[in-house]
Design a protein around this ligand. Structure first.
Ligand code: PLP
Length: 398
């Protein structure tokens, strides 16, 4: 028999598979609300001006491409720490945080997962129900059993916080809890400040290991506002993990720029942690690529470019909010009854529309509108050109 005779066909990635289906659709009015990508009001993926300016600057002083250090560009790691924890925070100043450049937010999660597998081989990983579809597969492929904590409350269009807390309270010490720091994917519902405090108390009391996934900093309420959760964990004196990504906030999806940060109790502990993290990197891909991280480091450390970035990010955030309000208005105008305020309460790129799989399939086949079967639509892909048609189609399938 051939070497690969027993290899089974893997299921298609649900979201990337949807993209393929979208590309093959000949409907001239088709709209892609599936994948989590921000497009502007013309439906185009933006190239941020701050990125173009940094690349121009970089192209004027072209550098040879030697290998980077295993943990990436030092200036990049420092810029990430400044953004995520604050450059002046005592934990940063005191050398208690190890940050390594990673291949996107996904790479940050995977490094953390591999590191944790060596540290806590018998732990269970808890992810939200529902969560970003790659969380489960990623932690399972690192060798962990993955379970869920209750999160989405369909009936109340919000979060089943009591259920979530009860599950955390019933989990043994060492359980790894993956938490969305902001802009929960896929539901759009984030915990309140007071709820985060309760979660932190339980994490502390139970000895759980928090792994914050922050892929959308700046897409919710603002850079500092969205990052506030990370500071809460710091203030609580916890040791924890944070994966971050610039895919969305810099519109640098294909450059794969992210990071993993691990907060330890002391600088001495942090040095040991970093040394082991480097081993994980070394045995995976040796060291990260240069370009995207250099762009981000340049923007974040050049005051004019940084101001430009903050403006452009605010522009993306504000446009998403505008589209949420506009969607509510268009749905109401199309005759949809009931309280639609949940759409503007949700944060970030996504809205859990509450539509079921059959309705989402009708949106595709009858109207060329592509969302995920879970009912998730990407609000960041709505624009003044497609909004009316999307609202009318949603009304039609309801
Ligand atoms: N985590 C969450 C919750 C996400 O939604 C995403 C991307 O969609 C990621 C991580 C991965 O980000 P990246 O594309 O930078 O790997």
């Amino acid at each position: 028999a051939s070497l690969f005779a027993s290899v089974e066909m893997a299921p298609r990635d649900p979201i990337l598979g949807l993209n393929e289906q979208f590309n093959a659709d000949t409907n001239p009015n088709k709209v892609n609300l599936g994948v989590g990508v921000y497009t502007d009001d013309q439906g185009k993926l933006p190239l941020l001006k701050c990125v173009a300016a940094a690349e121009k600057q970089m192209s004027e002083t072209l550098k040879p491409r030697g290998y980077l250090p295993i943990d990436g560009i030092a200036a990049y790691d420092k810029a990430v720490q400044g953004l995520v924890f604050g450059a002046e925070h005592p934990a940063v100043k005191g050398g208690r945080i190890a940050t390594a450049q990673a291949i996107g937010g996904t790479g940050g999660l995977k490094l953390g997962a591999d590191f944790l597998k060596r540290l806590q081989p018998n732990a269970t990983v808890l992810i939200s129900d529902p969560s970003w579809e790659n969380h489960r597969a990623l932690f399972e492929s690192a060798g962990f059993p993955v379970d869920t904590y209750p999160y989405y409350d369909a009936a109340n269009r919000g979060i089943n916080f009591d259920g979530m807390l009860a599950k955390l309270k019933a989990s043994p010490a060492g359980t790894i809890v993956v938490l969305h720091a902001c802009c929960h994917n896929p539901t759009g519902y984030d915990l309140t400040d007071a709820q985060w405090d309760e979660v932190i108390n339980v994490v502390k009391a139970q000895g759980l290991v928090a792994f914050l996934d922050m892929a959308y900093q700046g897409f919710g309420n603002g850079i500092a506002e969205d990052g506030a959760v990370v500071l809460k964990f710091l203030e609580a004196g916890l040791s924890f993990f944070v994966s971050t990504s610039f895919s969305k906030s810099f519109s640098l999806y294909g450059e794969r720029v992210g990071a993993l940060s691990i907060v330890s109790e002391t600088a001495e502990e942090c040095a040991r942690v970093l040394s082991q993290l480097k081993r994980v990197i070394r045995t995976n891909y040796s060291n990260p690529p240069t370009h995207g991280a250099q762009v981000v480091a340049t923007v974040l450390s050049t005051p004019e470019l940084r101001a430009m970035w903050e403006d452009e990010l605010a522009g993306m955030r504000d446009r998403i909010k505008l589209m949420r309000t506009a969607l509510v208005n268009e749905l109401t105008a199309a005759g949809v009854q009931g309280d639609l305020s949940y759409i503007t309460r949700q944060k970030g790129m996504f809205s859990y529309s509450g539509l079921n799989a059959a309705q989402m399939q009708r949106l595709r086949s009858e109207f060329g509108i592509y969302g995920v079967d879970s009912g998730r639509i990407c609000v960041a892909a709505l624009n003044t050109g497609n909004l009316k048609a999307v609202a009318a189609a949603i009304k039609a399938v309801m």
